[in-house]
Design a protein around this ligand. Sequence first.
Ligand SMILES: Cc1cc2nc3c(=O)[nH]c(=O)nc-3n(C[C@H](O)[C@H](O)[C@H](O)COP(=O)(O)OP(=O)(O)OC[C@H]3O[C@@H](n4cnc5c(N)ncnc54)[C@H](O)[C@@H]3O)c2cc1C
Length: 452
Amino acid sequence: MNTALVSELSEGVSGEVVLPGDSAYEHLSNGFVHPGAPALIVLCHDTEDVRKAIRFARDNSLVLSVRSGGHSNAGFCTNEGGIIIDVSALNGVEIVDPGQNLVRVGAGAKWGEAAKALVPHNLAISSGDTTTVGVGGLMLGGGIGWMVRKYGLAIDNLVAAEVVTADGRVLRASAEENADLFWALRGGGGNFGVVTAFEIVARPVRKVHFGVITYPAAERVTVLKGWSDYMRTASEDVTSTVGMFPSFGEELPPLFITVCYAGDDPEAAAEALRPLLTLGTLMDQQVKPMAYAEILEPPGELPPGWLPRVKSSFAPTCSHDFIDVITENVVAFDNVFVEFRSLGGAVRRVAADATAFAHRDVEVMVNTVVLGAADDNRELEPRFQEFWQKLAPFTSGAYSNFLSQMDEQQIAAVYPPETYARLSAVKGKYDPENLFDQNPNIKPAAQPVAVA
Ligand SMILES: Cc1cc2nc3c(=O)[nH]c(=O)nc-3n(C[C@H](O)[C@H](O)[C@H](O)COP(=O)(O)OP(=O)(O)OC[C@H]3O[C@@H](n4cnc5c(N)ncnc54)[C@H](O)[C@@H]3O)c2cc1C
């Protein structure tokens, strides 16, 4: 790395350039999930910093990672020997049009911060479940959270985004301006540039009813079937997940159903949730009214040297046969956490081709996490793959934000052929040299040659 050029960059940005040896380097070089060793990290304080950092990456042919909250399951937010453009300081949350509940949120804000900032206004944004996850990464992949059945994916509430493209232009993408880019940003990941801010419609939410309902492990099959049948026709106010933990050689843990009723009326909430309390022998239930910001939780700490392998797919129908197969194989594998997230409702009402997130007509997302030592792939990977082969007849597609591996097969699962072809054309227009390739990467389509 040319030190004169790095000094020039350092002096030119209003933020900071962090280099190996600097006190902040070690902390900033790692993502939440994956460690890294970049040559430099640019902490951008404004859009102009982002432009300069992109220019620097281009001029020096550096591997370029973009980071908002740093929670990429695939490790895209860091690299070895390249540059990280870190936008975490672009974290403002500002109501720009109170009449429309329109909120401008910096891409580097964390969802927990955004949720807290909106509590005094009785507003909330359909987002995710974790406080520290970044607005940038979650939004660009889709965003599946606690109000997804009522208010849709995070992207379904997006009105516009500000993007710095590979050639340094600052573009606004919305239904009216750069509409192709706007379509692609909603599910297409970080392929098209660095997003600095989003304009999002927040929803009037005072309190939600949220909590965990617990059933014994011995009843997990019947309870899960009851849950799936109930969720198929449940009120869209109800979003719910089921968590099945492995035993790790001990007694099988109970089945945890987490519910969020997106409304503050206690009687209506009790009425809607009652069927979930009679699915088996109820062990416990802790559903209570809470502010939306209170239901987002910090992530669990990972044991040092351990790496979660994350893989997801969607079940168009969460059938009893599927539940039999998955529960049987969870017990056989005994090192996989399985989470069912209910979808349908508002997610289904958006057409599959309206955004780059095409998996609309499905009942649940199935997310799985296998924990093991970072270098334990030889033993774990084949078993994980075998587990997923058993689920293949019941599942289709994948959610880009819940994938550790992003090979061609996975990218094809995330983006069906028509979506991919359209994304590829947009990529060819906005990032023809594929500068932004640390993401679920779309290869740019060749651009038509202008005839003089
Ligand atoms: C503990 C945990 C809980 C999670 N819970 C949920 C959940 O409830 N719902 C859900 O939908 N997902 C969830 N996820 C997945 C999450 O959405 C993805 O990991 C997402 O990529 C994280 O966003 P980030 O900004 O924190 O990550 P980063 O690592 O900063 O970003 C991930 C990638 O997104 C792209 N990107 C990020 N910001 C920008 C930007 N400003 N401009 C351009 N490209 C950008 C880049 O390619 C970047 O490498 C969770 C992940 C974890 C680890």
